[in-house]
Design a protein around this ligand. Structure first.
Ligand code: C2E
Ligand code: MG
Ligand code: MG
Length: 702
């Protein structure tokens, strides 16, 4: 993102040295060109038609300066330089600087640059031409002639003059930017500088070609407009490309990459301010996540959701003004970088203004949509001095705001769940996963029973981690810590490998059971998991129909489009998909219908209370009906007693799991358990009627 403010403003504390520099450059330019320019009026009558044509075209071309490239030095390139350079080669410095000054002034005014920028640009171009003229003057004795026989000395001198032009022009630009912005100006990145050198080189070296053409006929001169246009298009295409790479296509705001660059720029600028003793040495990174976006998207569709995001982006830009940078990071997540703050109260106030702006409903198609957002704030430099740290801490603060039901939360290291403790837990988990032969992590299997027949139809694989110091780690806590990190991938791979291997062992003992394993939504973002599933099934000779992956409903709904491709592939492989914890998120029925889901698991929070609580019972029974109507299998989890089992049977739930049937157990204990298992009595009151053990196939379900 180009920060316009950063590019064209002069910080007050830098005004004296910078404007001193501008004055010095201007004075030098006047001194360099005064004499040649003074002689110009007398020469005007004798200048040929070719000169007038070039002068006219230079001014016309000057009116369309080429926009600067992303992270280059940032000054426009003037196509008129090809004419002024040709004029300098053909008729000397005086006529060249006159033409160039008019062309640059016209272009700079058209770009609405402030007066000092126009003056500086004119002076820089004059000095660059003077340097080129000096090289030519030092090297030649007679006229530089380009017609007739090849004259290599003329070519060498011309290239050297173009080099001098470039060095002076960009040297002055870099010095000025550094004085104005301090180290924040940085150095132009090498790619951008090369690009500018190619553009300037292409334009300057057209000069001698133009001069040679003019020697034949002035009528040939306008033909150069086409190559000029080509250079123009090249610059435009490159700038567009650069902008697209830094832009969120939906909202036109900056994207993560651009925000990263802006944070780096601003961090350097603020470090300089702090060194200079300025009070406004802090900046705030605001991270916000819309509260209601998912509901809008689900209820009104993606098109409306997209328009809402655009609207919110505009509102943010409008609220924070030009000095701040607004970016969309993806989904309904936005970030705002507010520079020039004095303290945390300033940051809180800025976040408060944003919150207030988002508290107003957004009107779309005559509907007032409440958006609202949780805003996490991280302050530079207290909470981090680079993009990654600031983002992480703003994220922690945002979740803190969400969990407290607050709108704004400023990062507080005490409430950081990303605490050293959590990080050490993750490090231990990674070690346990990467240590060959470690048995800290094992899989337990909980039986699932068909309610109609009482047969065991499957198992759910559940992770168990026995930490050497902490003892048993709660799997939910563990998954929460790992879910947003790279360790999740390792963990899921381990789970998959263990489960498929276990299924093969059971098969060897004559037990054919469907096994479900839990995956996090992140695992589904790439196709890697599907590849691994196919590979492991083939390696162990396990039929795909016996494997099922469970995805939590909430996670799935957060990003259904990204996950869809993987789910569709798994479906093609023949692996089932269960929607876990159904009822706890905000599912859209439309998603249920559209995704190739084979099973719905009713969350245990409803099942546990369904006998006592009529609302829970209503949720469970209507979920069962809905799933049946859509041709899906329904499994209830958390069945702890017989009464619940009976209610579920009456409601025609397909299968159930819970302590009433069996607790999760290690894989090798399952065979013994199956041998002892007696299905609950199908009819009559109390007690369990013992039936012979039943080791079932993958039946049950749909
Ligand atoms: P989940 O997938 O919904 O798993 C069901 C949870 O209910 C398990 O908790 C299970 O032990 C518990 N449960 C089973 N029967 C009963 C019952 O009758 N009463 C009660 N109160 N609870 C019962 P667990 O093993 O603690 O796992 C918790 C969650 O952690 C799982 O919820 C799942 O979301 C996650 N998880 C477990 N293993 C894995 C894994 O390998 N990968 C991933 N990504 N997540 C896992
Ligand atoms: Mg599960
Ligand atoms: Mg569940």
């Amino acid at each position: 993102m180009e920060s316009a403010a950063l590019r064209s403003s002069v910080p007050p504390d830098r005004a004296v040295p910078f404007f001193g520099f501008v004055a010095a450059v201007a004075a030098l330019a006047v001194a360099a060109v005064a004499v040649p320019l003074a002689g110009l009026p007398a020469r005007l009558p004798e200048l040929p038609v070719a000169w007038w044509v070039m002068a006219g075209l230079a001014v016309a071309a000057g009116a369309r300066p080429l926009a600067p490239q992303g992270r280059g030095l940032g000054s426009p390139i003037y196509p008129s330089i090809c004419f002024s350079f040709a004029i300098m080669l053909g008729w000397g410095l005086g006529p060249a600087v006159a033409v160039q000054a008019v062309a640059v002034a016209v272009g700079a005014l058209r770009l609405r640059q402030p007066a000092w920028q126009v003056g500086l640009a004119v002076a820089q171009y004059e000095l660059a031409l003077a340097a080129a003229a000096l090289v030519v003057g030092l090297a030649r004795h007679g006229e530089l002639a380009f017609g007739g026989q090849p004259r290599w000395s003329a070519v060498t001198v011309t290239v050297a003059a173009a080099g001098a032009w470039f060095a002076v022009r960009y040297g002055l630009d870099a010095a000025g930017a550094r004085l104005r912005l301090g180290p924040a100006a940085g150095a132009a990145d090498a790619r951008a500088l090369l690009f500018e050198a190619i553009c300037a080189g292409a334009l300057l070296l057209l000069g001698p070609v133009l001069l040679a053409a003019a020697a034949a006929s002035w009528a040939l001169i306008p033909l150069v407009l086409l190559p000029l246009y080509a250079v123009h298009r090249m610059v435009r295409a490159s700038v567009d490309h650069e902008q697209l790479a830094r832009m969120d296509p939906l909202t036109g705001l900056a994207n993560r990459k651009a925000l990263l660059a802006e944070v780096a720029d601003q961090a350097a600028a603020h470090a300089t301010r702090a060194a200079d003793g300025a009070a406004e040495r802090r900046m705030a990174l605001l991270l916000l996540d819309l509260d209601q976006f998912k509901h809008v998207n689900d209820a009104l569709g993606h098109a409306v959701g997209d328009r809402l995001l655009v609207e919110v982006g505009q509102r943010l830009v409008h609220t924070v003004g030009d000095a701040a940078a607004v970016a969309r990071l993806g989904g309904d997540e936005f970030a705002v970088l507010v520079p020039g703050l004095v303290d945390a109260d300033d940051a809180r106030a800025a976040a408060g203004r944003v919150a207030l702006a988002l508290a107003e409903p957004v009107w779309l198609d005559g509907l007032p949509l409440d958006v609202g957002a949780a805003i996490g704030v991280a302050l530079y430099p207290e909470h981090g001095d680079d993009f990654a740290t600031l983002m992480r801490h703003a994220d922690v603060a945002m979740y803190d705001a969400k969990s407290r039901g607050a709108t704004v939360s400023v990062y507080a290291p005490e409430s950081d769940h990303n605490s050293p403790e959590r990080l050490s837990l993750l490090a231990d988990l990674r070690r346990a996963l990467e240590t060959p032969g470690s048995d800290e992590i094992t899989m337990y299997y909980q039986p699932q029973v068909a309610l109609e027949t009482g047969e065991v139809v499957g198992v759910e694989a559940l992770l168990r981690w026995h930490h050497p110091r902490r003892g048993r780690v709660n799997p939910e806590e563990l998954i929460r810590a790992a879910e947003h990190t790279a360790v999740m991938r390792l963990l899921t791979h381990r789970v998959l490998d263990d489960v498929v291997e276990q299924m093969a062992k059971w098969a060897a003992s004559g037990v054919r059971l469907r096994a479900s394993l839990n995956v996090s939504v992140r695992d589904l973002h790439t196709g890697e998991l599907a590849d691994r599933v196919a590979d492991r099934l083939a390696r162990y000779g396990v039929p795909a129909a016996l494997l099922q992956l469970e995805i939590t409903e909430g996670a799935l709904m957060a990003d259904p489009r990204r996950v869809l491709a993987t789910i569709a592939r798994l479906d093609r492989i023949g692996v089932g998909i269960a929607l876990d914890d159904f009822g706890t998120g905000y599912s859209s029925l439309q998603h249920l219908r559209r995704l190739p889901v084979t099973e719905v698991k009713v969350d245990r929070s409803f099942v546990l209370g369904m006998v006592q609580d009529a609302d829970d019972a209503a949720i469970v029974t209507s979920t069962i009906e809905l799933a049946r109507a859509l041709g899906l299998r329904v499994v209830a989890e958390g069945v702890e007693d017989e009464a619940t089992w009976r209610r579920l049977r009456e409601a025609r739930c397909h299968a159930a799991q819970g302590w009433f049937f069996g607790r999760p157990m290690p894989g090798d204990e399952l065979i013994g358990w199956l041998a002892r298992y007696r299905p609950p009595a199908v009819s009559g009151g109390g007690g369990r009627h013992r039936k012979p053990p039943s080791i079932s196939g993958a039946a049950g379900g749909k």
